[in-house]
Design a binder for this molecule. Structure first.
Ligand code: ADP
Length: 397
């Protein structure tokens, strides 16, 4: 069985064609600048990289170009589109409407459209991608795989905000969580690595990238997560503030003459690591600036590390113990210094890093970085959200 995974953004689109028998990626790539001048496709297959510069006025044109590459004589990996058994689409927000991977039908699309206001930056783009695929491949089975599904198991006391209950019922304002496919994947891989059943384990998964979230996973199920109603909540991120007192937001809006929508954009795009450091949202740039003596870069990094440490402490209490911490995503997989700082001085909680193991060279495989006498095992596991989407799609069929 071959599954095409599509992750559509508003002006970009990433894809992978995966053979489910071997879980091997046959081809992958991405389109950039859809709907903007200077469209471009980068396609990797057969050990080569193919770059096509072509205007891509909309998602339908972009997906048409992707499919042409997949069946192309040189760049292609399949003879015809019939070899694609199904398409799995990444969708960020499911609200309370969909709690698991769902078959795409006219009816479900109507429901999905109603959810756009929950993730205005992400869901409309996914809908564009889905509609484009359906227009080109009307008879192909397709699934929507949500970032939020893995968090659907949170208990009500963890996902509720303490607002007027009627407002929760009416507007569905609550914690949903994001990066669910990543938390699901790495917690599953951790269980395999530890040779334990997921049911036996209490795990904290730290997905630390441009956007970051931390989850508490008990018995294979998510019981809490740091992101909230939107991906703005939790630890500070590249350009997002993370947790902040709402009253401070109202105060800032008033002082800076911003309306609430502008305030939201400010918190999403101009804050976090970028806002604090004034240097960059990229952790490599921040470390370089700090090492050159930039004190605001130091502050940004220390705020991030401290926030992650606090979530780990909180989730140890929520889980009632801890067997394993997992680091994943760009920062989690690569940043030796950030991992060390987050876990510093946690020996009293049974968490002890081996500095030598922590400075491994990233080769894309799982690395254990805990000291031999650490009660809690510490793992670095490369995430693979596309594989989860493909697996979920295959399972649904
Ligand atoms: P996204 O949320 O966009 O998917 P990623 O998971 O790709 O983000 O993470 C991007 C972040 O990872 C960037 O801040 C980048 O600096 C950081 N990163 C990537 N490689 C390294 C590295 N070798 N050392 C430190 N940070 C890294």
């Amino acid at each position: 069985m071959k599954i095409l995974v599509i992750n559509a953004g508003s002006s970009s689109l990433k894809y992978q064609l995966i053979d489910m028998e071997t879980e091997k990626v046959l081809a992958k790539g991405g389109c950039e600048r859809i709907g903007i001048q200077g469209g471009k496709l980068t396609h990797k297959a057969n050990g080569e990289t193919f770059v096509i510069e072509k205007e891509l006025p909309n998602h339908t044109e972009a997906i048409t170009l992707v499919l042409q590459q997949l069946v192309d004589k040189k760049a292609g990996v399949i003879k015809s589109m019939d070899e694609i058994d199904a398409v799995g689409h990444r969708v960020v927000a499911s609200g309370e409407t969909f709690t698991k991977t769902t078959l795409i039908t006219d009816e479900n699309m109507k429901e999905l459209e109603k959810l756009s206001e929950l993730a205005p930056l992400h869901n409309p783009a996914a809908i564009l991608g889905i509609n484009a695929c359906r227009a080109i491949m009307p008879n192909k089975k397709m699934a929507m795989v949500f970032d939020t599904s893995f968090h659907a198991t949170m208990p009500d006391y963890a996902y509720m905000y303490a607002i007027d209950y009627d407002d929760y019922k009416k507007y569905k304002v609550r914690r949903y969580g994001f990066h669910g496919t990543s938390h699901k994947f790495v917690s599953g891989e951790a269980a395999k690595y530890l040779k334990k059943k997921p049911e036996e384990l209490k795990i904290i998964t730290c997905h630390l990238g441009n956007g970051s979230s931390i989850s508490a996973v008990k018995g294979g199920k998510c019981i809490d997560t740091s992101m909230g109603f939107t991906p703005l909540a939790g630890v500070p991120m590249g350009t997002r503030s993370g947790d902040i007192d709402c009253a401070a937001v109202e105060f800032l809006c008033r002082k800076k003459g911003m309306d609430m929508a502008e305030g939201n954009t400010y918190l999403n795009k101009k804050c976090g690591m970028l806002g604090i450091s004034g240097v960059s949202s990229d952790f490599r740039d921040l470390a370089a600036a700090r090492d050159e003596g930039n004190d605001r870069a130091r502050l940004a990094l220390e705020m991030f590390e401290y926030s992650c440490k606090k979530y780990i402490g909180a989730y140890m209490a929520a889980l009632g113990g801890l067997d394993c911490i997992v680091f994943t995503a760009g920062v989690g997989e690569n940043d030796v210094g950030v991992r060390a700082a987050i876990l510093k001085d946690l020996d009293g909680l049974g968490i002890k890093l081996d500095p030598k193991k922590n400075s491994f060279k990233n080769d894309g495989s799982i690395h254990e970085i805990s000291a031999d006498d650490s009660k809690v095992r510490i793992l670095v596991i490369p995430t693979n959200e596309e594989l989860v989407i493909a697996r979920e799609t295959a399972a649904l069929l």
